[in-house]
Design a protein around this ligand. Structure first.
Ligand code: GRF
Length: 192
């Protein structure tokens, strides 16, 4: 069984989709805690509603990384809650070697493009700017690069002529909510 710690910074809709798939019995896993680097992130409110420990990790003064102290706190929280696997679900910070080594091969992320296309920020806008005909989402293992780890699941979505970033991202989000549970099911069943 996977004992999952979720990391997020925003809405947490992927976390919710994973929690619902676990609740339905689709994935042999449990969510042991939800960590966020934004104190009023909606993901923490969802966690409180779903009855998962909801923990704010203060990362000030850094804006894009998890510094050593915050990283050490996160590792303590995960271990105290019995976590052995990390799911990044809209977590907007770079994970550094301390955490990567503590959970080697056991951290995954979701990105709103068909990696290796359009890594980094604003993937939907990047796809529109490139005039791509399709994009999608990718669940992948996390390594030291940005959106570079081994791919677990990808789902495609078409890009329509009148798409805005918002309409495109909404379409991608729907596929993300299928892709993340599917990837976790594969990992839980050792089917990679
Ligand atoms: C998703 O689009 C994901 O690809 C990106 O951040 C977003 C998180 O959305 N990494 P949510 O917080 O799960 O709703």
């Amino acid at each position: 069984m996977l004992n999952i710690a979720i990391f997020g910074s925003g809405s947490g809709s992927n976390y919710q989709a994973i929690a619902e798939a676990i609740e339905r019995g689709t994935i042999d896993a449990r969510i042991v805690c939800v960590l966020a680097d934004v104190e009023d992130a909606f993901i923490l409110e969802r966690a409180r509603k779903l009855g998962h420990p909801a923990i704010y990790i203060d990362c000030a003064p850094f804006k894009t990384k998890l510094d050593d102290a915050a990283e050490a706190r996160a590792i303590d929280v995960i271990k105290d809650n019995g976590g052995d696997f990390i799911v990044l679900a809209g977590f907007m910070r770079i994970v550094k070697p301390g955490l990567l080594n503590a959970f080697a091969g056991r951290i995954i992320n979701i990105h709103p493009s068909l990696l290796p296309q359009f890594p980094g920020l604003h993937a939907g806008q990047q796809a529109l700017d490139a005039g791509a005909k399709e994009t999608g989402c990718t669940v992948h293992f996390v390594d030291e690069g940005i959106d570079t780890g081994a791919v677990i699941v990808q789902k495609k979505v078409p890009i329509l002529p009148n798409d805005t970033t918002e309409t495109l991202m909404n379409r991608i989000h729907k596929q993300e909510h299928l892709a993340y549970p599917e990837a976790l099911k594969k990992i839980a069943e050792n089917k990679l």
